[in-house]
Design a protein around this ligand. Structure first.
Ligand code: KG4
Ligand code: ZN
Length: 375
């Protein structure tokens, strides 16, 4: 089965071809340079950049995978079984670009067109290793999505059977990294920059609050952000042009201390959810899953609690189209048991991906076909 997948939810324009569980091409054009000077994503700029880049990115994915090939100077295309696109959550203008490109492709290849939940992609991306679907998720598990736009905990009973346990009430974990990097004028995206600087700093230099919110599975990071802002205002002189006057060592210490507070919170919430639902499998995806301190502390905590921690490969933890192709592949293998919508949904939640009520299982469908045939 051959699938073309498209991802345009935020600031990555991406296309991929998945063939029988193998990534044949995975092209990602990052808009980071475009948004860097604003220390965050400007939606209008993102949509325009997606429009400019999408055709080239898809073209590169088709050529690299061999779907488009040349023979005797003429261009040919291999058969494609489905085209899939991220239908949400994401920026409305950006999603529309992916949807228009996907629909055009599905008409060109005369094949099925599937809408995929971007967050489900982040969870499933754990299955990729060495450009193949070579690891299998072990249901049931607790899923944690930590990205620039989302911080969520789910309980996953089977593919497509998810329950949202809690999400952030304000900033997402990645957003907090980006905002602190902006406050310190470090650059964008903040996560990888803070990750690198924190290695050189002392994690116990400043005691920032850990927003555990013990009573449930929700998160809140805006208080932590405010605590960092007050710490800076109270201790350093602000120069309008150059920002706070801090030594390099001071910056490293603040980065390490802030990162420690986020990481401690994420680790606590993840272990707490596993223990509450008596689950021994934890799957983590999204851009922040690439954080080195988080990976280390989460693995240590998992080992102590007897929980198997499954981090998506660093290469696939951020936004990519291969994870969208993987979701589509799983959906198609499930023989029509899942509802399909090709409408964009900027605020898409996980409950909208669930298995259709009263839908037939593969076995039931086969039994029905046999009965029809024997009539
Ligand atoms: O999943 P993603 O690529 O896009 C969204 O769906 O949002 O996540 C991007 C976010 C950004 O906020 C970025 O700062 C954060 O992931 N990020 C990290 C690291 N690498 C990326 N945060 C902490 N540590 C990292 N190493
Ligand atoms: Zn994402």
């Amino acid at each position: 089965m051959r699938i073309i997948a498209i991802e345009t939810t935020c600031d990555e324009t991406a296309a991929s071809v998945i063939e029988n569980g193998e990534i044949k091409s995975d092209i990602v054009f990052s808009q980071v340079l475009l948004h860097r000077k604003y220390y965050g994503i400007v939606p209008e700029l993102a949509s325009r950049a997606h429009m400019e880049k999408i055709a080239g990115v898809i073209g590169a994915a088709l050529k690299k995978s061999g779907v488009e090939y040349k023979k005797n100077g003429r261009t040919f295309f291999k058969k494609v079984d489905a085209v899939a696109f991220s239908r949400g959550p994401g920026l409305p203008g950006a999603l529309l670009v992916g949807r228009a490109a996907g629909e055009t492709l599905s008409r060109f290849f005369k094949c099925r067109f599937l809408g995929i939940n971007h967050l489900e992609g982040h969870v499933l991306s754990y299955e990729f290793e060495n450009s193949k679907i070579s690891r299998k998720l072990k249901y049931p598990f607790i899923a944690m999505i930590v990205s620039g736009g989302h911080t969520e905990l789910w309980r996953a009973r089977a593919f497509g059977k998810y329950k949202l346990l809690g999400k952030t009430r304000d900033d997402a974990a990645g957003e907090a990294f980006d905002k602190i990097a902006k406050l310190l004028k470090l650059g964008y995206p903040g996560g990888p920059i803070i990750d690198a600087l924190a290695v050189k700093g002392k994690a116990n230099a400043v005691k920032f609050p850990r927003p555990y919110m013990r009573e449930g599975h929700e998160f809140s990071f805006s208080g932590l952000k405010t605590a960092v802002a007050y710490h800076l205002k109270d201790n350093y002189r602000l120069d309008e042009k150059n920002g706070f006057k801090i030594t390099k060592r001071g910056i490293n210490d603040i980065c390490a201390s802030f990162q420690e507070a986020i990481v401690d919170t994420l680790v606590y919430k993840a272990i707490n959810a596993c223990e509450k639902f008596k689950l021994k499998e934890l799957v983590i995806g999204g851009g922040v899953a690439a954080n080195s301190r988080f990976r280390l502390k989460m693995n240590e905590a998992g080992e102590l609690a007897g929980i198997n921690v499954c981090f998506a490969d660093k290469k696939y933890s951020g936004d990519n189209a291969a994870m969208i192709g993987l979701c589509a592949w799983r959906k198609l293998n499930a023989a029509g048991r899942f509802k399909n919508s090709i409408e964009i949904s900027p605020n898409l939640t996980i409950s909208e991906t669930v298995r259709q009520r009263g839908s037939k299982t593969v076995k039931q469908n086969k039994r029905k076909q046999k009965i029809v045939r024997s009539k």
